[in-house]
Design a protein around this ligand. Structure first.
Ligand SMILES: Nc1ncnc2c1ncn2[C@@H]1O[C@H](COP(=O)(O)OP(=O)(O)OP(=O)(O)O)[C@@H](O)[C@H]1O
Ligand SMILES: [Mg+2]
Length: 287
């Protein structure tokens, strides 16, 4: 495995009976990195997470996690990862505290750590509440708390904020950035490109089981920024002017600047969403 790599996929393919769900996927997750797997419904995101976490065998290729082949994972690896997926596995009749305390015992984690994690996810006030009576966003936060309780080296999140209100989503984003600060690597899947742009150091755009583009959100957007445009607002006007980057327009903008006529000026780069459209001809979020 490459130095600093915590996770490495090499030429992974997965066939379900008749359908080829993943085609020759290769990628690397490094220490302290948030990697986003971006793609529409059915692209193969969950399949990828299941292969990496040893829940599914690839048809061909190799997935190495913390130096071990993912089809050979044992307890020592599971102790070092955290997984948040759709099937949350919360014990509905137990309180929030009891849910966490159960896992804390398995992982030999202190009560002080439970308190700390509850604070981080903003759930300290709900300790005594039965988990079955939590709202969707609160449940999601409990699942996240459980996944990071033992300070895993890699956290896997399948659609961490889907269906959550914006303020809960922002709280979860902040927590993920804090965890990265502490050195944790995060592998997340999403079809929310704003989330990816904001959080991810590296994104892979997945479409019909193939990685169609890969790099940092900035790198990818700049690469597709072939026709740079400037958006301008002149003094006394409420209508934005859009100009392409040409020598003539540069002269024009410079003249306006010298006469102090410009109220606002910014260059406009494509978003991941528009790149995805260009590469695949399909919108990132399928309707
Ligand atoms: N157990 C299975 N048996 C057969 N086909 C499957 C199975 N699981 C997934 N598939 C198919 O493989 C493809 C990829 O599915 P996957 O769940 O990985 O997509 P996804 O990117 O996670 O989508 P979503 O955003 O909807 O969660 C889909 O076309 C799906 O129908
Ligand atoms: Mg999925």
């Amino acid at each position: 495995m490459e130095q600093n790599a915590l996770l490495q996929l090499s030429h992974i393919s997965k066939r379900y009976k008749t359908q080829l769900a993943l085609k020759d996927i290769s990628m690397t997750l490094r220490k302290g990195e948030i990697l986003g797997f971006l793609g529409p419904s059915g692209a193969g995101k969950t399949t990828t997470i299941k292969i990496i976490t040893g829940q599914l065998r690839p048809t061909s290729g190799e997935a190495k996690i913390l130096g071990t082949d993912s089809s050979n994972m044992d307890a020592s690896i599971y102790e070092k990862i955290g997984v948040v997926s759709d099937n949350s596995g919360i014990y509905e009749k137990m309180t929030v505290w009891q849910n966490l305390s159960c896992f804390a015992k398995i992982w030999r984690v202190s009560n002080a750590r439970i308190e700390e994690v509850l604070r981080q996810v903003g759930m300290s006030d709900y300790k005594k509440q039965p988990a079955g009576k939590l709202s969707k966003g609160q449940k999601q936060r409990l699942v996240l708390a459980r996944a990071v309780l033992h300070k895993p080296r890699i956290l896997f999140l399948d659609e961490p904020t889907s269906g959550l209100d914006p303020s809960t989503a922002i709280a979860i984003h902040k927590m993920l950035l804090d965890l990265r600060q502490e050195g944790m690597a995060v592998f997340l899947t999403t079809h929310n490109m704003e989330e990816a742009e904001k959080l991810c150091d590296h994104v892979s755009l997945l479409y019909q089981g193939t990685i169609v583009e890969d790099g940092s959100p900035q790198e990818i957007c700049l690469k597709y920024n072939k026709r740079k445009r400037y958006h301008l607002l002149l003094n006394g006007s409420s209508e934005e002017i859009v100009l392409e980057q040409t020598p003539e327009n540069a002269v024009k903008i410079s003249e306006w600047m010298q006469k102090d006529m410009i109220q606002r000026l910014h260059s406009c780069e494509p978003t991941l969403e528009s790149v995805f459209l260009q590469v695949t001809g399909a919108p990132l979020v399928s309707l």
